[in-house]
Design a protein around this ligand. Structure first.
Ligand code: CP
Ligand code: NVA
Length: 303
């Protein structure tokens, strides 16, 4: 049977995603209770990073060790992929020697091509288009704090980027409403929006999008690879900052999330990200627990 990959939230069914989140919560509780859980004894994860990372690298590497396996960090500076060895050849060779591969890259087509040639499960560790692992952690955080997210209202404020696209896919899979407030020139991909159906509402101001929201989410204004646009974007996104006024539009019990790294004073004020509604540290830690559940599912094939 060909390998299951996790390139997008849409690669799993809603039931599989919910089961994964619940398992992640159990795995976290076991870890905190000091109970060892090593279903991936002797298994190896290769991690290919074509972009920088703190959370993704540390969570996958720690996660594999805690599960009894090993993670191998591969930088394009050191492997032949960085000197032009074809993606397909690299995927075929690496996957023949490891049990799963996580890749963080630029174009989503590079990830898809890699996965096509891989005989082991491939995990999307972020592309320009999607960041599904982050959504597993965000959803785990919501489930821990508030229970199931079905029927909730989420506000996405800022850039229509890889995180925004992943929120649209999450709204489809978990059946929540998503109000998107982005500057006109930075809207998400129209095909991804239309596939989200009537759960997705495009709004043109941060105030409108955050009205009565149960969860307010933002991300950097310039993603990795867009560094040269940073100064222009600071001007274009000036009205799309998540600050106390925006949080006051939302429900009084609303939570705030950000995948990190954050730029205080740009997309979010220090008052909000370091304030009582922010769950960004739990969200970051949950990358570890959610991805351990993902690795167990993809490599062991069950929980
Ligand atoms: N949120 C996230 O993916 O962080 P890193 O870029 O540090 O991995
Ligand atoms: N949108 C950001 C997310 C970083 C985790 C980026 O792609 O750089």
């Amino acid at each position: 049977m060909p390998s299951r990959h996790f390139l997008s939230l849409l690669d799993f069914s809603s039931d599989e995603l919910r089961a994964l989140i619940h398992h992640a919560i159990d795995v976290k509780q076991s870890l905190k209770a000091g109970i060892s859980h090593t279903p991936l004894n002797g298994k190896v994860l290769a991690m290919v990073f074509e972009k920088s990372s703190t959370r993704t690298r540390v969570s996958f590497e720690s996660g594999m060790s805690q599960l009894g396996g090993h993670a191998m960090f591969l930088s394009p500076r050191d492997i032949q992929l960085g000197r032009g060895e074809p993606l397909g050849d690299s995927a075929r060779v690496i996957s023949s020697m490891v049990d799963a591969i996580m890749i963080r890259t630029f174009g989503h087509d590079r990830l898809q091509e890699f996965a096509q040639h891989s005989s082991s499960p491939v995990i999307n560790g972020l592309t320009d288009k999607l960041h599904p692992c982050q959504l597993l952690a965000d959803l785990q955080t919501w489930f821990e704090q508030r229970g199931d997210i079905k029927g909730a209202t989420v506000a996405w404020i800022g850039d229509g980027n890889n995180m925004c696209h992943s929120y649209i896919n999450a709204a489809r899979q978990f059946d929540f409403r998503l109000n998107i407030g982005c500057p006109d020139n930075y809207m998400p991909d129209p095909d991804i929006i239309s596939a989200g159906g009537d759960r997705i509402t495009i709004m043109h101001s941060a105030e409108e999008a955050s009205a009565n929201a149960d969860l307010v989410v933002t991300d950097v204004w310039a993603s990795m690879g867009q560094e040269q646009e940073q100064q222009d974007r600071i001007k274009e996104f000036a009205n799309f900052q998540v600050n106390s006024e925006i949080m006051q539009q939302a429900d009084k019990d609303a939570l705030f999330m950000h995948c990190l790294p954050a730029h205080r004073g740009e997309e979010v004020t220090a008052e909000v990200i370091d304030g009582p509604q922010s769950v960004v540290w739990q969200e970051a830690e949950n990358r570890l627990h959610a991805q351990k559940a993902l690795l167990e599912f993809l490599i062991a094939g069950h929980y």
